[in-house]
Design a protein around this ligand. Structure first.
Ligand code: PEP
Ligand code: MG
Length: 580
């Protein structure tokens, strides 16, 4: 009988194949006490297992194939760092000596202890790093037991297998792109886990957070993985299989067609040029941006440099990173957003966040203004990078005119500091704000007078307008991008910016979702910034659209207060043939 399960979707497309269950390392850990004369050798055995683990991870890091996701190297380095920490590299050996027990059991005790400590952390991002610790421990364990640490590479591995694992570590995924794995599903993982991030970058259908899915599937059983909707179907019947096979063919066809659009200009049927930009998180992502021929970077989420470390980055370190981005972009524009920390991205040094409602607390620009040294350091680095190429500065989570004025004051101080030190910088750097809080959207006319450009962050704008936590799946059904209130705000902001001749873009997920391309074009949007993987699908919609025709249709949509009607009208808008 077939079973349908829902998890978190982290890839795209559909895969159909036979299940391959990945053996879980730390089930049924052996436990025994040791005679005095075997203890030193046991501690030595543990140390050898740690060394073997280090060797394997280092080898994997150097063997990462060209086509693997860019984050992979950084994630494996993080695992090597965790392995070097005394909590994993030394403490279990001490437990062996103290308790006179075997190495596997000592490791198990240490893992249980660390798990408890991680569970006590209030912060989602850090709590999810528990999975990284468990993945490293599992590899040590497999080395202790002499088990195979590679997930692929075994002879009995079928092409188009679907991996069913408790969890997958970044190291497990190094050779995923070799074509033998069609998809993966895991019990564990949250939306910001490394498994999720890699799933997205691998562009492989994958569904995570399925809890105990391994207990429901047998080896070689047929499964369907729908990476777009987060659905897993175990043992599907013939009708369902046929339907999904059709969908799979269609998806592959579409991808093939889209790849031909790389060099095509993003010009509408009525000859309006649209700018399609990419969102990035590290300079490594720029490779992907060029792959899809984006016009530049519309949003550099600069938080990554501040995470997983004990100290703040220095001005020179940040300057180095931003300069590298400028060089890699070869003349394309780069909009750097100052750090947006405090909700799900919390650096180790950040002790402020005790708030019950972190998304309403000291976050985004509020945190920058509360930490002026950090803020000005980053702005100095951005100003210096701007002397070397088209760099723009953007502030996140602005809620009032006063905040913009304070930001401008800090920016002037940063400029004065650089001038005093005789450092080269762009004194006329273009400055902009993210519009992602309803108060900013409503007061946009006043804010626009102070800045050169704005970018609408629909992810947060929807969250704050509808009072729906964007990361909470239990209220996910209320997170509606086309809610009439959201559309009214979007239209107001885009119209006002166009009237005041200030540049406006959207950089939230809506910009990369082709079902909203025509809606936004009709509202007057001409710049979209998105995950580069979505760029060609959006371009395809752009070149098949006629903006003049859309403008009249849009009025009916934004005037309506009926969500069902809006949904139908948007669907119709997308179906209308507008040329080609
Ligand atoms: C947004 O809120 O839409 C946005 C682009 O910013 P982030 O997703 O980084 O909060
Ligand atoms: Mg945001």
């Amino acid at each position: 009988m077939s079973i349908v399960l829902h998890g978190i979707a982290v890839g795209s497309g559909v895969a159909i194949g036979r299940a391959h269950l990945v053996v879980r390392g730390m089930d049924e850990v052996p436990h025994h006490e040791l005679p005095e004369n075997e203890i030193d050798a046991e501690a030595e055995r543990y140390e050898q297992a740690v060394k073997a683990t280090r060797r394997q991870l280092e080898q994997l890091r150097t063997a990462i194939p060209e086509n693997a996701p860019t984050e992979l190297g950084a994630f494996i380095s993080l695992h090597l760092m965790l392995l070097s920490d005394a909590t994993l590299s030394r403490d279990p050996a001490d437990i062996i000596v103290k308790q006179k027990i075997n190495a596997e059991w000592a490791l198990k005790q240490q893992v249980d202890f660390l798990t408890e400590q991680f569970n006590a952390i209030g912060d989602d991002y850090l709590r999810e790093r528990k999975q990284d610790m468990l993945q490293v421990a599992e590899r040590i364990y497999k080395n202790l037991r002499g088990l195979n640490t590679d997930i692929i590479g075994t002879e009995d591995f079928e092409d188009d297998s679907i991996l069913i694992a408790h969890d997958l570590s970044p190291a497990d995924t190094v050779f995923f792109k070799d074509g033998r794995i069609a998809a993966f599903v895991t019990d564990a993982g949250g939306p910001t886990s490394h498994t999720a991030i890699l799933g997205r970058s691998l562009e492989m259908p994958s569904v995570i957070a399925l809890n105990h899915v391994r207990d429901l599937i047998s080896e070689d059983e047929w499964v369907i993985v729908d990476g777009s909707s987060g659905v897993l179907i175990i043992d599907p019947d013939a009708v369902v299989l046929a339907e999904y096979r059709r969908e799979m063919r269609e998806f592959k066809n579409q991808q093939r067609q889209l790849s031909r659009l790389k060099k095509t200009a993003a010009t509408t049927q009525d000859n309006i040029n649209i700018e399609l930009l990419g969102n990035i998180e590290t300079t490594e992502d720029i490779k992907n941006l060029h792959k899809f021929n984006a016009d530049g970077v519309g949003l550099f989420r600069s938080e990554f440099t501040y995470l997983n470390r004990d100290t703040l980055p220095t001005e020179d370190e940040l300057f180095g990173i931003y300069l590298e981005a400028v060089k890699k972009l070869k003349g394309k524009s780069l909009t750097i957003r100052t750090v947006d920390l405090g909700v799900d991205k919390n650096p180790r040094w950040f002790g402020h966040n005790r708030s019950l409602n972190p998304a309403l607390g000291l976050t985004g620009i509020r945190l920058c203004l509360a930490e002026p040294m950090m803020f000005r350091t980053q702005m100095r680095a951005i100003l210096r990078a701007a002397a070397h190429g088209p760099v723009r500065l953007m502030w996140p989570m602005i809620s009032s005119l006063e905040e913009v004025q304070q930001c401008l004051t800090h920016l002037n101080i940063a400029k004065e500091q650089l001038a005093e030190q005789d450092k080269a910088f762009d004194k006329d750097i273009a400055v902009g704000i993210m519009v992602e809080i309803p108060s900013a959207a409503l007061a946009i006319g006043a804010l626009l007078k102070c800045v050169d450009f704005i970018s609408i962050g629909t992810n947060d704008l929807i969250q704050y307008t509808l009072a729906v936590d964007r990361g909470d799946e239990s209220v996910g059904y209320l997170y509606q991008p086309t809610h009439p209130a959201v559309l009214k705000l979007l239209q107001h902001v885009i119209r006002t910016a166009n009237r005041m001749q200030k540049q406006v873009s959207v950089c939230g997920e809506m910009a990369g979702d082709k079902q909203y391309t025509r809606l936004l074009l009709g509202m007057g949007l001409r710049r979209f910034s998105m995950n580069p993987n979505n760029l060609l699908a959006v371009k395809n919609r752009v070149i098949q659209s006629d903006v003049m025709m859309l403008e009249t249709e849009i009025q009916r949509i934004t005037r309506s207060d009926d969500l069902d009607k809006i949904t139908k009208l948007i669907k119709k808008l997308n179906q209308t043939n507008q040329g080609t």
